[in-house]
Design a protein around this ligand. Structure first.
Ligand code: G6P
Length: 485
């Protein structure tokens, strides 16, 4: 007997689960991406038929998308993630305006409150042109999702991800009335007074875009509440705070809090591989029994790396007893290098790191090792060895580093955590919580973390690890899919 057709789940995100590199001889090689969404999806893929729509991000991706019939990558090219992948070949100019100018330089800046307001933002004609591109880019996703839903033999549900695709839910609902649509915001959400930096019509379009969805999810209650506040203040929508619903133009969107966690078994298994083991040996050699303070971030304006290094410098200045007894491993991977602010920020991180090494380093002690290459096995090794983990973003939707570290720590690690990270809602009890702007306060927390008695460190690490794995990616995704039934 033939089995019933599986449900169809449509995922849309700017960065897809696979990317390509192009060799000189023209060969395209796929590389599977990591992250919560990919891992959550592998669990769904068994029960549902999944189509993942993403953008081609590079020339190599565009070549792969062009070579694939209808942009639909076959299972081999899709990097065996157990789903079909449709890579949209959006023109490089449109993509640049949508991704760099609008998503990363405007919406990201609004939600992370990154503007230097005497100088930016500037919403003039240039921005209006970029916004047009952002609409076209969102429309390309809505078209692909609508087609994907139509092609399904069984009921379909769509899950639209993140700030890049803020307009897509409304556009998709217009193309496919009745299709259940979820939206998930991986960033913080701005308070109404900061959100109001956006031109009024653009602010409304952003909110109404998301309200095209039937369910909108956030990592933390704080961001969900800010979204509700914006819907009320900007749109005059009817907001029910206890039920967490927004009614606007006759449509109801439920708002949910889904704090993404880590799959503890998966992560622990990966961290036991030989490549990680080799890094554990190398890092142990380099730090020679000293206390180890670790941080791992993309070199991202919101991650507050410069103030974090400044706090380490202040620790060495005000508590000279730590000189020679501690090593700071700071991994800061390249990110968004098309944006000048990110290039300048990277230079500032490197400058301060050099200054610290110059100021305190001796013949037999290197106070700070800055790693700028993305090296996943090395990061896992650092988690295993860390005595202290620093996560001090000025604002962050969740922050999974704060969750991964305690799960892998061998001897227990003290977590210095910013009160502005979404993760603080679940991790506050086990962490040392800091104001990310307060360098002296962060330096003091580093000292406390380094001197924390072993039993307390172990107890707190257990609390952290427990909270970190409370909602692993599979359950996180399932909860949102259920909210769409
Ligand atoms: C954040 C966003 C993601 C994004 C990631 C990396 O976590 O929420 O959507 O993929 O940063 O940024 P990138 O611009 O390199 O995709």
């Amino acid at each position: 007997m033939e089995s019933a057709a599986k449900d169809r789940v449509l995922i849309a995100s700017n960065r897809g689960p696979v990317s390509f590199t192009l060799a000189d001889d023209g060969t395209l090689t796929p590389r599977r991406g990591a992250g919560g969404l990919v891992s959550g999806l592998s669990s769904v893929a068994g029960q549902a038929e999944v189509l993942w729509v993403c953008a081609a991000l590079s020339d190599a991706d565009r070549a792969a998308a062009r070579a694939a019939p209808g942009g639909l990558l076959g299972p081999e090219a899709a990097g065996s993630i157990g789903s079909e992948v449709r890579m949209l070949n959006i023109s490089a100019t449109t993509f640049d305006r949508a991704y760099n100018a609008v998503a990363n330089s405007t919406l990201w800046f609004i939600h992370h409150m990154l503007y230097d307001t005497p100088n930016r933002p500037l919403f003039g004609l240039k921005f209006r042109r970029e916004w047009e591109a952002f609409r076209a880019y969102n429309a390309a996703f809505a078209d692909a999702l609508a087609e994907g839903a139509s092609a399904a033999a069984a009921p379909a549900r769509a899950m639209v991800q993140d700030y890049h695709l803020t307009l897509a839910p409304r556009m998709l609902a217009d193309r496919r009335p009745g299709l259940p649509i979820g939206y998930f915001c991986h960033t913080p959400w701005a308070r109404p007074d900061y959100f109001a930096l956006l031109p009024d019509d653009i602010g409304r379009e952003v909110l109404e875009g998301i309200l095209g969805a039937d369910h909108a999810g956030f990592h933390a209650e704080r961001w969900a509440d800010a979204f509700l506040d914006c819907c009320q203040a900007v749109l005059g929508a009817q907001v029910d705070r206890s039920a967490r619903t927004v009614s606007h133009h006759g449509h109801v969107t439920t708002v949910g809090v889904h704090p993404l966690g880590v799959d503890a078994a998966d992560l622990t298994e990966r961290a036991a591989h030989a490549d990680v083991q080799a890094h554990v040996a190398a890092l142990s050699g380099a730090t020679a029994g000293r206390k180890l303070i670790v941080r791992i971030d993309r070199t991202e304006l919101s991650k507050n790396i410069v103030r974090g290094l400044a706090a380490y410098r202040e620790l060495l200045l005000t508590r000279p007893e730590w000189r020679g007894r501690v090593t700071h491993l700071a991994f800061a991977y390249p990110s968004r290098h098309d944006l000048p602010e990110y290039r300048e920020y990277t230079a500032a991180v490197q400058r301060l790191a050099r200054e610290i090494v110059h100021e305190f380093g001796t013949d037999d002690w290197n106070p700070l090792i800055l790693g700028v290459n993305d090296d996943y096995p090395r990061s896992l090794a650092a988690y295993r060895l860390a005595d202290v983990l620093v996560v001090n973003p000025i604002r962050d939707g969740m922050n999974l580093v704060a969750k991964e570290g305690p799960l892998l720590s061998e001897a227990g690690c003290a977590l210095v955590l910013s009160r502005e990270a979404g993760a603080v809602a679940e991790l506050a009890e086990g962490a040392l919580v800091v104001n990310p702007y307060d360098i002296s306060g962060t330096a003091e927390a580093l000292h406390q973390a380094l001197t924390m008695p072993d039993p307390e460190r172990k107890r707190r690490t257990e609390l952290l690890a427990h909270a970190a794995s409370a909602l692993p990616p599979a359950a996180w995704l399932a909860a949102q899919l259920n909210a769409l039934r």
